[in-house]
Design a protein around this ligand. Structure first.
Ligand code: ATP
Ligand code: MG
Length: 415
């Protein structure tokens, strides 16, 4: 196989795809700014440890999905599989603990070595937020509300369900963990090899296993919600009443666990059945233990990430690109005057596409193809008299104007 083709699981973005993609990204950031978020752009690669320390040794990402390589200098580097670890690293490194609360929005490419299929790529893109330094449930509510607001602005909230759960505080989780391990140990024979391994290190991950044997074994497992202590219950209640007050509907899903040790309290996902198996468009939760676990000052945090490709697929229509004005020299003799007029109009803010070659018909066809709103045609007569013919490509109406007043003549076609 030739190596001059794209790597499996990667995609080129152009035409409609790129319009949809950027629309998601830009609208999301616009909305995030209304909530007081500012952008953070961390590097696309980090030392491998940034991810192994934060994501833990048993997560799918760390065990199977990371693109890791050794540099010529012998450093172990990983292409970022997700955004939170890099933001946490930047927070610690920048000594930002005194500046909390901090609200960060990010967007960019992520890399995971998984089996490519619809809505699942090896290089994909996320938008995401991290809200750092707020211990109370209002931060959870606001993060979810922002996610919901973005989906609404994109016109896709109607096809999406918010699933919600509480993972409790560390004390509740420790109590539940013991109960769960006991329960699953008694049903060890039914568990997959992978789950057997997790039984010791991260038993809660078994709850969201897709293996049929595991699913049967956990079907009647005790629920974490029954082991939440008073603090955890009160916290969860406040998140729910906060969402109720904002009119954001949710479905409690007791099986929704985000299996990393540092997650606590709120866990949520926005899901859809419009995308087949890849139904989760946005996922997040509270991660109060993360920054401490990375060696930083204990700092609570909550955030989410969403896949731009999956959101793009849900958009009902492709946003329209601004339409250019086609500048058309009739023959080579008019090239120079057209180029200088084009330069003048571009400086004034117009979108101008100059037809390079071919006969008049070819150039007009190109104007059609690029969806030009108008054509500015300059032939020998116009050039001699200092004029230009302006054709409205929607109505076909045509007028001759002085080149000196072209800005005014084209004002209606400005995009
Ligand atoms: P999944 O269960 O689909 O593998 P995940 O739990 O691994 O998702 P997160 O790590 O929470 O996903 O990432 C947040 C979002 O990023 C997902 O909800 C999804 O929209 C998107 N995403 C994750 N992995 C991919 C991928 N390989 N290709 C495209 N989008 C992805
Ligand atoms: Mg995954």
């Amino acid at each position: 196989m030739s190596n001059l083709q794209s790597v499996r699981g990667t995609h080129d973005l152009m035409f409609d795809d790129v319009l949809r993609h950027r629309h998601v990204e830009e609208r999301a950031f616009e909305v995030a700014k209304r909530y007081g978020f500012s952008e953070i752009a961390t590097p696309v690669f980090e030392f491998t440890e940034v991810f192994t320390r934060t994501l833990g040794g048993t997560s799918d990402i760390v065990t199977k999905e990371m693109y890791t390589f050794e540099t010529k200098g012998g450093e172990r580097i990983t292409l970022r599989p997700e955004g939170t670890a890099g933001v946490a690293r930047a927070f610690i490194e920048g000594g930002l603990a005194q500046q909390t609360p901090l609200k960060f929005f990010y967007r960019g490419a992520m890399f995971r070595h998984e089996r490519p299929q619809k809505g699942r790529q090896r290089q994909f893109h996320q938008i995401g937020i991290e809200l750092l330094g707020v211990p109370g449930p209002q931060a959870d509510v606001e993060s979810i509300a922002l996610g919901h607001h973005i989906l609404t602005e994109l016109g896709i909230a109607g096809t999406i369900t918010l699933e919600l759960n509480s993972l409790g505080d560390p004390e509740s989780r420790a109590a539940y963990r013991d109960v769960l391990v006991n329960y699953l140990t008694a049903r060890k024979d039914e568990l997959s090899a992978e789950s057997l391994e997790r039984l010791e290190r991260n038993p809660m991950r078994i709850l969201d296993s897709k293996d049929p044997g595991d699913r049967a074994a956990v079907a009647e497992a005790p629920l974490l919600s029954e082991y939440l202590n008073e603090t955890s219950r009160a916290f969860f209640e406040k998140v729910k009443t906060g969402l109720d007050a904002l009119g954001i509907a949710y479905k409690i899903n007791p099986a929704l666990v985000r299996g990393l040790d540092y997650y606590c309290h709120t866990a949520f996902e926005f899901t859809t059945d419009a995308l087949g198996a890849q139904g989760t468009v946005m996922g997040g939760g509270r991660y109060d233990g993360l920054i401490g676990q990375m060696g930083g000052p204990a700092t609570p945090g909550v955030g989410w990430a969403a896949g731009i490709e999956r959101l793009s697929m849900l958009l009902k229509e492709t946003p329209t690109a601004p339409r250019p004005i086609a500048f058309i020299p009739v023959s080579e003799a008019e090239d120079a005057v057209v180029q200088s007029l084009a330069a003048r109009l571009r400086k004034a803010g117009f979108i101008v596409d100059v037809g390079y070659s071919g006969n008049m018909k070819k150039r007009m066809n190109r104007a059609d193809k690029i969806k030009a709103v108008a054509a500015v045609i300059i032939g020998g007569d116009e050039a001699r008299d200092g004029n230009a013919t302006v054709r409205n490509l929607t109505s076909g109406e045509q007028t001759t104007v002085s080149q000196n007043t072209l800005e005014a003549a084209l004002a209606a076609f400005r995009q």
